[in-house]
Design a protein around this ligand. Structure first.
Ligand SMILES: C[S@@+](CC[C@H](N)C(=O)[O-])C[C@H]1O[C@@H](n2cnc3c(N)ncnc32)[C@H](O)[C@@H]1O
Length: 219
């Protein structure tokens, strides 16, 4: 049994989608990953690797990365990188295996996201890091448009996108609850708005560090 994913990696648009994600979010993702101290000897897991830009960065820094995806065809080869066709919902993960696990914009698509979160925490070695990068797709007001009609069109697009997410079992608003979910999973937490650094929390509970990226809407 495989999970439904609203954007299909076999779609003709997938390469461009992955390129846009990488260009828009890698600067934030990679800066925060670097803050974990990831380096030679670390064993890393990149879940839902998509176009694999983050997996490649991890391979260059850590040397040992497993990159998974339900449709891994866009993950390109690199030294130290193992590619796995793997459904994070239904396929097993070893316990106490990884020093660092990262997933960006994956859990919002997965109805079983809370169970997956527990599974990812279990897969960490004591003292390992879990970085979950998510955002909330429901907040995207039109700031500037050529005219009113264009603004209405964009708002309609956003509404349809959110409906499609939900129809496929996703929750495009989970980003705003990701930090709470991670705390509820009993993990330590470090959460910070990448733009303004507000909301920093730093707690160590069970020996795992968890990071979420959230945007708080202030600038
Ligand atoms: C929005 S893309 C994000 C890709 C990449 N993480 C990034 O941020 O550039 C979501 C990715 O998660 C993968 N995915 C969706 N459901 C999954 C599952 N159950 N297990 C593993 N990967 C999954 C998709 O195939 C897709 O590559």
């Amino acid at each position: 049994m495989t999970t439904t994913y609203v954007f299909d990696n076999h779609s003709v648009h997938a390469t461009e989608q992955h390129r846009c994600l990488s260009e828009a979010y890698d600067p934030i993702t990679l800066a925060r990953l670097a803050e974990t101290g990831v380096g030679p000897g670390w064993r890393c897991l990149e879940v839902g690797a998509g176009g694999s830009s983050v997996a490649h960065w991890l391979a260059a820094h850590a040397g040992s990365v497993v990159a998974t995806d339900i449709k891994p065809e866009h993950i390109t080869a690199a030294h130290g990188l193992t590619v796995l066709r793997h459904d994070v919902v239904h396929d097993p993960l070893p316990d106490n295996e990884f020093d660092l696990i990262h997933a960006r914009l994956v859990l919002q698509h997965i109805p079983e996201r809370e169970a997956v979160l527990r599974k990812l925490v279990r897969a960490l070695k004591p003292g390992g890091w879990l970085q979950i990068d998510e955002f909330d797709i429901s907040y995207g007001p039109v700031l500037l448009a050529p005219d009113e009609r264009a603004a209405e069109l964009y708002e309609s697009f956003l509404a349809v996108k959110e409906r499609m997410f939900r129809a496929a079992g996703g929750d495009g608003t989970w980003g705003r609850r990701a930090a709470t979910s991670m705390v509820l999973r009993g993990s330590s937490m470090w959460t910070r708005c990448p733009r303004c650094s507000r909301g920093a929390r730093d707690r160590r509970v069970c020996g795992c560090w968890c990071i979420t990226h959230i945007t708080c809407g202030t600038s």
